[in-house]
Write a protein that binds this ligand. Structure first.
Ligand SMILES: [Zn+2]
Length: 177
């Protein structure tokens, strides 16, 4: 299993994967992102690594949920997570996941489009579905929706399992939130 933290170059991540290394026997990687497509390039690289994959975005505090996601039998798992006005520019927070008609209003067990805040993607799903070449061109802000759209287009019934537990976006705790 691999835990990969995607982190813009120069940012400190609030999550320290080393703390989980011995307990979960995982290979942990921090992937600094400099160019707009580095997030997608990194995801594409680790997609082929054996074992389940946990993606952590640098600005989400969700490490405490990793064991729950790993132990779930579903292929695609995410916790609930809110986006705050500091991220969206809207008047109030909203849930980050969407059901194809816009952001969800409350917890739903499955969604079509998920924010990759803290996301488990099983090895069996990845092995069966190598990322297409074009995915290397996804920009960082479209990786979640582009990945969900691609999975949906495979027409294999893939959808994201949403755990009721909540990860916290750092915009909740930043001075600008
Ligand atoms: Zn799950």
């Amino acid at each position: 299993m691999s835990i990969v933290v995607f982190r813009p170059h120069g940012y400190r991540t609030p999550f320290h994967p080393v703390a989980f290394r011995s307990r979960l026997r995982t290979a942990n990687v921090e992937w600094p992102c400099v160019d707009e497509t580095d997030y997608a390039a990194g995801l594409r690289l680790v997609w082929g690594m054996p074992g389940d994959l946990v993606v952590i975005e640098h600005d989400v505090l969700g490490a405490h949920l990793i064991p729950e996601l790993i132990n779930c039998p579903e292929d695609l798992c995410v916790p609930m997570v809110k986006l705050y006005p500091a991220t969206t520019g809207a008047d109030r927070w909203r849930w980050a996941h969407s059901d194809g008609h816009g952001p969800i209003e409350e917890h739903q067990p499955y969604v079509r489009t998920a924010a990759l805040c803290t996301a488990k993607i099983s090895y069996s799903l990845r092995r069966a579905n190598p990322l297409p070449l074009g995915s290397a061109n996804w920009w960082w802000f479209e990786v979640d929706s582009a990945l969900s759209k691609w999975l949906w287009a495979l027409d294999r019934g893939y959808r994201w399992h949403v755990h009721p537990a909540e990860a916290v976006h750092v915009h909740r705790v930043s001075a600008h939130a």
